[in-house]
Ligand binder design. Structure first.
Ligand code: DGY
Length: 321
């Protein structure tokens, strides 16, 4: 009998096809995992889950007595009840490394788009407004080159963002992280700062920490008020690392100038969220790692993690403590 596997939300087709040859795979997309009888039925016999941000909570684990591994197709794993999984001897894996440059490209792209108001101006041209109006200062953007880029979370992705800023845009790099990064200090001339100092000194503040109990709500009213009035805030981490309502307040009150967001407290974002009506907010739908090449590599790596875990061996990208 083939082992039962659940594939959830996103596993690229070649990987799915390969898994289907070896396992009894059922693919589910955009469902409420706590209330879908077909899903829960398959879960009751499943030994593995592979997918994008499957919300694995204690309730779900109680429905999954045979589960051995959850293989995330993502670097983040805040979707998992990790301690509980570890207690139950269920492995968890992620896909680090291969998406680093892709996410850094996206975050830097959002930064450029926000500073130079690219989506807004694209709309302006396509709506025929350029014919009627001359370009005036209401369309001007902000320089990026030679400005100060403050990065909160100097892991691999933070470092790749810093490289883009330093080598591509001659920016001064500041960072705040749990640990000092001597290599970045040497090669990128990056300066370590306490969080408050970084917020006060930076022209661009980029949030790229993993979502953990320590980083949840890390940037709120107090932190937005510490930033420069001209600051541009970019969130490429997880929506809940900031207090979204406080960001709305910060933009409404002019505590900061603009924001570029790839992640939100609730995803997909609610259409009545005030952020969606703000000119100086640039939004993308959590697409940091979503390129053809990187999604395929991530699925392949997640597929390998899954298959190794199913044999009972330790997969390379195990994240259990
Ligand atoms: C990641 O890999 O964590 C991306 O944000 C997709 O969830």
């Amino acid at each position: 009998m083939k082992k039962k596997i659940i594939a959830y939300n996103r596993v690229e087709q070649p990987v799915l096809d390969d898994l289907k040859e070896k396992y009894d795979v059922r693919f589910f997309k955009n469902i409420d995992t706590n209330n879908n009888p077909e899903f829960l039925n398959h879960l009751s016999e499943a030994e593995g889950i592979i997918g994008l941000e499957t919300p694995v909570d204690v309730d779900m684990l109680n429905h999954a007595p045979h589960l051995k591994i959850v293989s995330n197709v993502s670097v983040g794993y805040d979707n998992l009840a990790l301690e509980e999984m570890t207690e139950r001897n269920i492995m968890a894996t992620n896909t680090p490394g291969i998406l680093t440059d892709t996410v850094a490209d996206a975050v830097f792209g959002i930064l450029v788009a926000t500073a130079r108001r690219i989506p807004e101006l694209d709309h302006f041209v396509k709506k025929g407004q350029w014919q009627a109006e001359a370009i005036g200062e209401e369309h001007y953007g902000t320089n990026i080159h030679h400005k100060t880029l403050g990065i909160i979370g100097m892991g691999q992705i933070g470092n790749a963002i810093a490289k883009r800023g330093h080598f591509g845009f001659d920016m001064e790099i500041l960072y705040h992280s749990r640990r000092r990064k001597p290599e970045a200090e040497k090669t990128l001339n990056a300066g370590y700062r306490q969080l408050e100092e970084l917020l006060e000194e930076s022209d661009f503040v980029v949030m790229i920490t993993p979502m953990t109990p320590e980083t949840e709500g890390m940037i709120g009213k107090r932190e937005f008020q510490m930033m420069k009035k001209s600051a541009i805030f970019i969130n490429g981490s997880r929506g809940k690392t900031i207090v979204e309502q406080d960001l709305i307040e910060a933009l409404e009150n002019g505590w900061i100038t603009a924001a570029g967001l790839d992640v939100y407290e609730q995803e997909p974002i609610n259409l009545d969220n005030p952020l969606l009506n703000m000119k100086r907010v640039v939004t993308t739908p959590h697409i940091g790692s979503s390129t053809y090449e990187t999604e395929l590599s991530m699925s392949q790596l997640a597929g390998e993690n899954l298959q190794i875990g199913l044999t009972g061996k330790r997969p390379p990208n195990l994240v259990n403590p």
